[in-house]
Design a protein. Structure first.
Length: 277
């Protein structure tokens, strides 16, 4: 319901802005302005794991008011934030003394490698909506909230979905390692150094790390196009390079053991949903 309301509000906003002489949803109301201002915006939710929100998780923003007084709310109000290359509305869901809470449910396809952010601007109001403090309208201007790497988003897959490892999707870092299959490691402590060695332009170091981890049974060449189960994901950054890792339960081959089934971390670019047959 919140998602439908948000979409409807955005449509009303666009329609009102196109009508000559009409007041759009962001036009000031008739009331006198309040001395209360919006102090700042904070992200108060935490991803379930790995600093990365997955499909179905809830992103929660707190908008804090300088006066600390209760804010009287009427109608639908939205906080517009940036998620990847798109702007999305978080809907006002709760209000208490000096604090407004806005919520957005992460949905399939959402992705933000840098972390969500809020641009400088104003809260968006549906027609007839108001925010009032002490009987006067609250100033709706908000300050920028920069991108936060602890609030990245990866919703390409849903937890429990059947996926496959496909080496034709992305050649990184297989060519570097001289492999013909998808790299997977049981722990991020094994796969992250390999990936970051490649990012640093050190293929020999990456190959050495891979060889040791493979012989210890900590990394594998994962079986191609064999169904696996998506578990989680993590979007990481290394010296300005963004890369995403996917945790999936699937099978692979390690040194001296032709078939091992485990939870493997691998690069997200090698994973796709199981094709419909």
């Amino acid at each position: 319901m919140r998602r439908a309301a948000a979409v409807a509000a955005l449509a009303l906003f666009a329609l009102s802005a196109c009508e000559e002489g009409g007041e759009g949803p962001t036009s000031p109301g008739p009331g006198a302005p309040s001395n209360a201002l919006i102090d700042r915006v904070e992200i108060v939710s935490e991803p379930a794991a790995n600093g990365t929100y997955l499909d179905g998780e809830e992103l929660v923003f707190a908008v804090l008011v300088t006066s600390g007084e209760a804010v009287e709310t009427t109608g639908e109000v939205f906080l517009i934030f940036d998620l990847g290359l798109a702007s999305q509305p978080a809907a006002l869901a709760a209000s208490e003394a000096g604090r407004l809470e806005f919520r957005y449910e992460i949905r399939r396809g959402d992705y933000d490698g840098d972390g969500v952010s809020v641009p400088e601007g104003e809260l968006m109001f549906s027609p007839g909506a108001t925010l009032r403090v002490g009987g006067a309208d609250l100033d709706r201007e908000i300050r920028e909230l920069p991108a936060d790497g602890e609030h990245r988003v990866f919703a390409h897959f849903a937890a429990g979905e059947t996926v496959v490892f496909d080496p034709t999707l992305d050649r990184f870092p297989l060519d570097t390692l001289g492999l013909s299959g998808v790299v997977g490691c049981v722990s991020t402590e094994d796969i992250v150094p390999i990936v970051e060695a490649v990012l640093e332009g050190n293929p020999a170091g990456a190959a050495s790390l891979w060889s040791v981890a493979y012989q210890l049974g900590n990394c594998a060449v994962l079986n191609e196009n064999v169904p696996a189960i998506f578990l989680s994901a993590a979007v990481r950054e290394h010296r300005g390079d963004i890369y995403d890792l996917v945790l999936a339960y699937g099978s692979g081959a390690t040194f001296g053991d032709p078939e091992v089934t485990a939870n493997w971390w691998t690069l997200g670019g090698f994973v796709e949903p199981t094709p419909v047959r």
